[in-house]
Design a protein. Structure first.
Length: 280
């Protein structure tokens, strides 16, 4: 896979804080990969996301996004044409009174011809299953629907990568599922690179790669199965493990030796059936 984002010896300190939020961070992201970034509040994960998109500039070190240094103001537009950003509260990103007008806002500001904008808007809304709501008022939509409209706005910009900073934190379970389904569709169908900052373990298990941050540094980096086997380390930094794995661990303590690393309910059922078959 091609490298699209590089953080080289990056440190960052907010002007009103004495301590660094990001500490000598070295981290790369790759084309077509779904990466989930985990960490407790204050771990630096949201700050890292903003550094990628040039919303923040490193105090030290260098961030290179799609070949452009984020420290050079002249590169901001080039970077944001390649990397779209979706925030926690979709209301902060919705600027129009009609859904399709909101999705068209970004392409219009790029000077895209009207005919192409129409095509981009329709395609983007269909990809996130919001096409039938194109004439609706955004404020009448559910939280999950609003977030999918925000994602459609980024898709319409034709970015190769989408960075999402806790986009499901304010949503109910149904809204969270809607957003995750949309992200997986974008990754699988279009090959869009996804960088998802979250604190939900059930979202992380669906990623190709999980990066765990603690106190501004990376403490774990690997596949979901690799990362979540480090249960003691995760708990020591205030994180949990997926519920199916947690249940398997508790059952093992009581003598029910379920094998593998079940990260989803389906995985757990499979391993439990295997355990009962072997036992019989």
């Amino acid at each position: 896979m091609d490298k699209i984002i590089e953080l080289k010896n990056v440190s960052f300190r907010y002007s009103d804080e004495e301590t660094e939020v990001i500490k000598n961070l070295n981290l790369d992201f790759y084309e077509g990969q779904f990466t989930c970034v985990l960490g407790h509040n204050g771990s630096g994960k949201s700050t890292m996301a903003k550094l990628i998109n040039a919303l923040l500039v490193p105090t030290q070190g260098e961030v290179i996004s799609y070949g452009f240094k984020t420290s050079d103001e002249a590169n901001e537009i080039k970077i944001r044409r390649n990397i779209g950003m979706v925030f926690q509260n979709p209301d902060n990103q919705i600027v129009a009174t009609i859904v399709e007008d909101d999705v068209a806002f970004g392409p219009e500001n790029l000077g895209i011809p009207r005919e192409e904008i129409r095509q981009r808007v329709d395609e983007a809304l269909k990809l996130v299953d919001m096409y039938e709501y194109r004439k609706h008022e955004p404020h009448r939509l559910s939280g999950g629907q609003k977030q999918r409209v925000a994602i459609a706005g980024v898709i319409a910009m034709k970015t190769g990568c989408i960075v999402l900073d806790e986009p499901t934190a304010m949503l109910d379970p149904k809204g969270r599922r809607e957003v995750m389904d949309a992200l997986l569709k974008l990754k699988n169908d279009l090959g869009i690179s996804i960088i998802l900052v979250t604190h939900f373990m059930d979202e992380a298990v669906k990623a190709d790669r999980v990066v765990v941050m603690n106190d501004g540094e990376v403490c774990l980096d690997g596949t979901p199965a690799d990362v979540f086997t480090n249960t003691e380390l995760l708990k020591s930094i205030g994180l949990s493990v997926p519920k199916p794995l947690e249940l398997a661990i508790e059952l093992r303590k009581s003598g029910v030796n379920i094998g593998g690393t079940p990260l989803t309910a389906e995985d757990f059922v499979k391993e439990y059936k295997e355990f009962t078959k072997n036992r019989g």
